[in-house]
Design a protein around this ligand. Structure first.
Ligand code: HEM
Length: 143
């Protein structure tokens, strides 16, 4: 009987959202960035800064900025260990033909840092997110 109750609890857990979603742990990078609301504000702040950055704004002139916003939120959320699935194109594919340079990459990172600072994200937390994005550098530039 005990075993049956245990099995019932396990099944209930497996079928419930609480079990399929990762817990919002405040010690996870995702939690430290403020979860999905925090990551949304960080991405939007970064894109607003890019819109005013003459070094790189031209790259974004004719893109579907709503889509880029949505996919960036998914990407950052997934990279930070959040419960998101990235559904966008690969990094190589989405930056193909843009001929991005290391300076372009640095400019985007600066805008991301400024956005995180405005959201009061501590520098060590900022650096944890940047460290997870750094391996994508080679997939983004020179494509
Ligand atoms: C680690 C750094 C970067 C990440 C994680 C990243 C992520 C993304 C994502 C998720 C998308 C959307 C993909 C899709 O539509 O399915 C995207 C598109 C785009 N990214 Fe990046 N990106 C990075 C660096 C850059 C840099 C440095 C620039 C330019 C300065 C840039 C310019 C663009 C542009 C213009 C698009 C839209 C392309 C199009 O729709 O044709 N990205 N990026």
């Amino acid at each position: 009987m005990r075993g049956l109750i245990g099995l019932g609890c396990l099944l209930a857990c497996l079928l419930s959202a609480a079990c399929t979603q990762q817990p919002l742990r405040s010690d996870s990078l995702y939690g430290q960035l403020g979860g999905e609301p925090g990551i949304t504000r960080i991405v939007e702040g970064m894109l607003l800064r890019i819109a005013g950055d003459p070094r790189i704004v031209d790259h974004f002139q004719s893109v579907d900025i709503q889509r880029v916003r949505d996919k960036l939120i998914e990407k950052f959320c997934a990279e930070a260990g959040g419960p998101c699935v990235y559904t966008g194109d690969s990094m190589e594919e989405s930056h193909k033909g843009l001929a991005l340079t290391p300076s372009d990459f640095n400019a985007l990172v600066e805008n991301l840092q400024a956005s995180m600072t405005a959201e009061a994200v501590p520098i060590p937390t900022q650096n944890r997110l940047l460290a997870r994005l750094a391996p994508m550098r080679g997939q983004v530039i020179d494509q």
